[in-house]
Write a protein of this length. Structure first.
Length: 182
């Protein structure tokens, strides 16, 4: 199934394309974004990092049917990417995202997260969604809390910034749909 375009009140979530690597390369390699990413993300970020990731990781996983990637764009400026959100059919790692710092604090990632989570549950029909994160990543944690997720596991994990306490958050399809109705 091809990844569809998703829309929200303010956002356009467009399926990732090879040509998006250039905008990702311009936005992503900033400490404010990268520091809480898994340690396998190279830092300093190489000049071809986005091109490699898009062409050799993200899009091949989409073609295998195990991942869904969207670029996040404002509806009023659909040619300009401001972040990325993805879903993965991987144990204990179903959703990930990043947003350029200048767009944070406006509820945009929460809006994108709601659209992607709804797609996970009500189009892909998955029974639960689990999202790992660095415990110190307050903004990401607030998105999980406001989305009705609960903390189910803590452990230590390696991130770009070093070893940190890590959390695993979860919500079931039934909980998600009940929350949407309320």
């Amino acid at each position: 199934m091809a990844t569809p375009t998703l829309t929200t009140e303010r956002l356009l979530l467009k399926p990732l394309e090879k040509t998006d690597a250039e905008q990702i390369q311009a936005l992503y390699p900033r400490w404010e974004i990268v520091r809480y990413m898994v340690a396998s993300v190279p830092w300093p970020y190489p000049p071809n990092g986005a091109e490699y990731y898009v062409n050799h990781v993200a899009l091949p996983d989409v073609e295998k049917g195990i991942a869904w990637f969207w670029t996040i764009r404002r509806q009023e400026d659909p040619d300009k990417m401001i972040g990325l959100i993805c879903l993965y059919d991987e144990e204990d790692n179903n959703r990930g995202f990043w947003l350029a710092p200048e767009w944070q604090g406006q509820g945009l990632m929460r809006e994108a997260s709601i659209a992607a989570t709804d797609y996970w549950f009500n189009t892909l029909n998955r029974p639960f969604l689990r999202a790992p994160k660095a415990a110190i990543n307050d903004r990401s944690q607030r998105i999980s809390v406001s989305s009705g997720m609960r903390l189910v596991k803590t452990e230590k994990k390696a991130y770009v910034c070093g070893e940190l306490d890590s959390e695993l958050w979860e919500i079931t399809r039934e909980e998600w749909n009940a929350l949407k109705r309320s």
